[in-house]
Design a binder for this molecule. Structure first.
Ligand SMILES: C[S@@+](CC[C@H](N)C(=O)[O-])C[C@H]1O[C@@H](n2cnc3c(N)ncnc32)[C@H](O)[C@@H]1O
Length: 276
């Protein structure tokens, strides 16, 4: 199925909650309630931008850090294309958020083949309700997605919609050989949070290159201080600003390495100052 056509067919407004968050000039975000300005709410939800749906893990009046969102439709489309799914494939999504991407996945592979894990119980419940209203019966699991969801493994595809700084090995273990893992990456080697596209081997390793900038909020348990991004940018500029696609990632049960051009040319990650 054509992904652009799919995005036109499944309306994002069926999944975005009535309260969304909009940025102010000072960088903070304030809630916009659908009932207060339905036209503005709908225009934002129908735009090609990401929509903040939670800040600071659940602040209610004013917040700084987005902690859940409906991802920008063009990124959603890019990731679904890169996922390269076929009907009947089993897919694990990490980060259910609104449930929108889970609904799109369900259209592509069948709802019974989609498992989606969300760490925030309130968000998981909202997504379950939205998916049920849409008649889309995917399994939404409340839990820490860094453990994957072994009960439904093996998967043909794993798609994370929150950024990792270290790939949870459970995702590799729960993917069948030849399967694919998509994971947006935190700013540990490139400042634009690129998307890792990995293939799982027969030997229990996963390897692949980075495809494009993806810009996702981090997995809740892998948040990095802001200075990491600044230091990564400085280092990347000193390296001559290599394109995202020159970098790759190799993951084994015990090690993982970011590399440039060749798997043996390791690039050490930028770490928080406390652990550097
Ligand atoms: C960008 S949003 C996901 C967007 C979502 N796929 C959609 O279609 O609306 C990222 C989500 O990942 C969730 N998340 C963060 N860390 C997680 C973890 N360790 N396990 C599962 N979900 C996590 C956040 O709570 C947030 O809802």
């Amino acid at each position: 199925m054509n992904v652009d056509e799919l995005l036109r067919r499944v309306p994002r407004e069926a999944f975005v909650p009535d309260v969304i968050w909009v940025r102010r000039d000072d960088g903070s975000a304030v809630p916009l309630r659908r009932a207060d300005d339905p036209d503005r709410w709908l225009a934002l939800v129908r735009s090609d931008d990401s929509i903040i749906t939670q800040v600071d893990d659940g602040a209610t009046e004013r917040g700084v850090w987005p902690t859940s969102s409906a991802s920008a439709p063009h990124i959603v489309a890019t990731m679904l294309e890169a996922l390269d799914v076929e009907p009947g494939m089993k897919v694990l999504e990490i980060g259910t958020g609104t449930g929108y991407n889970a609904a799109l996945l369900a259209e592509l592979v069948g709802p019974q083949n989609v498992t989606s894990v969300e760490i925030d119980p309130g968000l998981a419940e909202q997504a379950r309700a939205a998916l049920a209203r849409a008649g889309c019966h995917v399994q939404v699991v409340t839990g820490d997605g860094t453990h994957g969801h072994a009960a439904n493994a093996p998967y043909d595809r794993v798609i994370a919609t929150a950024a990792a700084c270290r790939l949870p090995y459970a995702w590799v273990r729960q993917t069948r050989p030849g399967g694919r893992i998509l994971a947006p990456w935190g700013p540990t080697f490139h400042p634009d949070d690129p998307l890792a596209v990995l293939t799982v081997g027969e030997d229990g390793t996963a390897e692949g290159r980075f495809a494009c900038p993806a810009w996702f909020m981090p997995l809740r348990d892998q948040r990095m201080p802001q200075d990491v991004r600044h230091r990564t940018r400085e280092r990347w500029e000193e390296m001559g600003e290599p394109a995202v696609s020159r970098f790759g990632l190799t993951v084994t049960a015990t090690t993982q390495h970011i590399w440039l051009d060749r798997p043996d040319n390791h690039i050490p990650p930028t770490l928080p100052r406390s652990t550097a």
